[in-house]
Design a protein around this ligand. Structure first.
Ligand code: BJW
Length: 230
């Protein structure tokens, strides 16, 4: 086996204390999706959206990587082949666990984006509606987050990686949101083995060859040791 492609979702950060989206009491229970995770919601009420992401940025800064994040960083460091990590998460817990290469397909809390000219820069801890873009100077700064209806980042590169994967692992994601929910089908189409890690089978769970049920802090260290043992 030469290439492992991994997709992570909110479940891997749940045991670090960061809320998931669709759980009872999760992030969407407190906010309507269309209010905080769409460009239209941002246009209607930029303060609500900016405050939502300010709070998430503050929570993420307080959180620490858990044994699941650390196991994946160990895999990247010690596996003889290629390990590609794609995350839907906007926190930086993979990086803080020591992962060198992380593709943030839904953006990052650490980034700001100009809605007018697409310029990107590091976000301050607290953004305010109408913050100016440092490049074009318009008052159009927004969090660098991919909302519904927007194109996720790095899609060409991601589909190239999926086409070359020998093993595809999906961790802590509910399989509700596309295109990420379609990655298992794409990897399978190109001949990859597939494994899902979750507390329960996801919406696309039946498409995986293998299902590891349990908290990621427990299942991932065991899996990584199995892979490294060959
Ligand atoms: C544990 C655990 C533990 C808990 N251990 N596990 C109709 C059909 C198909 C598609 C569409 C459609 N209508 C519209 C669309 C497209 C739309 C979409 O998918 N909508 C669906 C709702 C149907 N998608 C888009 O608009 C995307 N863009 C797009 O499609 O562009 C066009 C395109 C075309 C062709 C190719 C490519 C693109 C953009 C999607 C943007 C999503 N943005 C969000 C919010 C922003 C980021 C943020 O604020 O953080 O991203 S939505 C939200 O969901 C967030 C997440 O990244 C994403 C996925 O959630 P995730 O990670 O799966 O979390 P949960 O909470 O759902 O699940 C957690 C899981 O963990 C659960 O299963 C638990 O059991 C598990 N778990 N603890 C292991 N300890």
């Amino acid at each position: 086996m030469k290439k492992i492609v991994i997709l992570t979702g909110a479940g891997i950060s749940a045991e670090s204390g960061l809320g998931t989206f669709r759980a009872e009491g999760g992030l969407w229970a407190q906010h309507r999706i269309e209010d905080v995770a769409t460009p239209e919601g941002f246009a209607r009420n930029p303060k609500l959206v900016v405050d939502f992401y300010n709070a998430r940025r503050a929570q993420a800064a307080e959180a620490a990587p858990n044994a699941g994040h650390l196991a994946l960083a160990k895999l990247e460091a010690e596996f003889a082949g290629d390990v590609v990590l794609i995350t839907q998460n906007v926190d930086d817990l993979h990086e803080r666990a020591g992962m060198a290469r992380v593709m943030h397909m839904h953006g990052a809390l650490s980034g700001a984006l100009c809605a007018a000219c697409d310029h990107r820069w590091p976000a301050p801890m607290v953004m305010a509606p109408g913050d100016p873009c440092p490049s074009c100077e318009k008052p159009t700064a927004r969090p660098d987050i991919v909302w519904f209806g927007e194109m996720p980042y790095d899609m060409d590169e991601i589909f190239d990686h999926l086409a070359g994967a020998d093993l595809f692992a999906s961790i802590g994601t509910s399989g509700n949101v596309y295109p990420a929910a379609g990655f298992v089908a794409e990897a399978r189409r190109h001949g990859a083995q597939t494994v899902e890690f979750n507390l329960e089978p996801s919406q696309v769970g039946s498409q995986f060859d293998d299902l590891r049920i349990g908290p990621a802090t427990q299942t991932l260290p065991i899996w990584v040791d199995e892979i490294l043992a060959g």
